[in-house]
Design a protein. Structure first.
Length: 301
């Protein structure tokens, strides 16, 4: 449901309303999309906003969507095309500057992802997943676990991870379970071009899987790690406090974002979801951010 402007102030100015950056989706060139959400403590009132920004410049920001629905994931599988997951069974598709919305699943989904030459992928509860090939097509489940994330490095290296130590690889539109011999809650993953998989999880679990057989534990604080991403030859990890950089088999603090729920890259920059702001890092430019405010209108500054 789209929301009229006169309702914005009531939610935005309520002292109990939380402003949250949810996800950043690089869209090609110097363009990225940023998903923000406002909500009351019980998530009974929500407002989702999607902006685009060129070169992360406030003067370039354009709002392309505002809705009362709770959007919980955003991805760009192809240049200037977006998919957004609405909690928890509908998907929004943005193409040629038009949004379309459809119900895809009957059970709760968790993450939509696409890129690196792969079709968009939707993963969620009870091992359920869908691939987009002009329409959302189900992938037969190989388990009943809940998936939290999906990532790949080309169509032959697509993985998903979730509860109870589950890591699965997509092969010929079927999941193949990779037994890690663990029962951790795995929240995020990164797949490198050489096939190395890195997994971020609860209680400081940070793993590196080489050739699907060699498992290396990365020394990390005992916090919940949500995300990991390779950028410019290094690997960066995010937890509930900050961004870390991997040095050998140890994580070292890199930058204090206050929160690091999701990391993305377009090769030129590393993007990080903070609390009420989006962050961007470049080796030549350092860190910059865009924060959502409301001063009679929603703006990024």
């Amino acid at each position: 449901m789209l929301t009229p402007d006169h309702l914005d102030a009531d939610l935005a100015r309520d002292p109990e309303t939380a402003f949250e950056c949810v996800q950043i989706a690089p869209m090609g060139g110097d363009l990225c999309a940023i998903l923000f959400m406002l909500s009351d403590p019980a998530y009974e009132r929500t407002l989702s906003l999607v902006f685009t920004a060129r070169d992360f410049a406030p003067e370039s920001v354009e709002r392309i969507l505002k809705t009362q629905e709770w959007l919980m994931s955003l991805t760009c599988p192809a240049r200037e095309e977006l998919f957004a997951l609405e909690a928890t069974t509908r998907v929004w598709h943005y193409r040629n500057r038009i949004w379309n919305r459809e119900k895809v699943a009957e059970e709760s989904m968790r993450r939509v992802w696409g890129g690196d030459g792969t079709q968009p992928l939707l993963v969620g509860r009870n091992g359920l997943a869908y691939r987009y090939e002009g329409a959302w097509l189900p992938i037969p489940p190989a388990s009943t676990t809940q998936f939290f994330d999906a990532h790949g490095a080309g169509p032959r290296l697509v993985y998903t991870c979730g509860d109870r130590g589950h890591l699965q690889r997509l092969e010929n539109n079927l999941w193949r379970v990779i037994d890690l011999g663990r029962h951790d809650q795995l929240r995020g993953l990164d797949v490198a071009p050489d096939g190395t998989v890195r997994l971020a999880g609860s209680n400081g679990v940070c793993l590196e899987i080489r050739g699907e057989v060699e498992l290396i534990e990365i020394a990390a604080p005992t916090t919940t790690f949500f995300t990991v991403r390779g950028y410019a030859g290094d690997w960066y990890w995010g937890d509930e406090t900050q961004v870390y950089i991997q040095r050998g088999a140890v994580l070292e603090p890199f930058f204090d974002t206050g929160f690091a729920f999701d990391l993305r890259t377009d090769g030129r920059y590393l993007y990080c979801v903070g609390t009420d702001r989006a962050w961007r890092f470049g080796h030549d430019t350092g860190w910059s951010s865009l924060r959502l405010i409301y001063d009679g209108a929603f703006r990024l500054i």
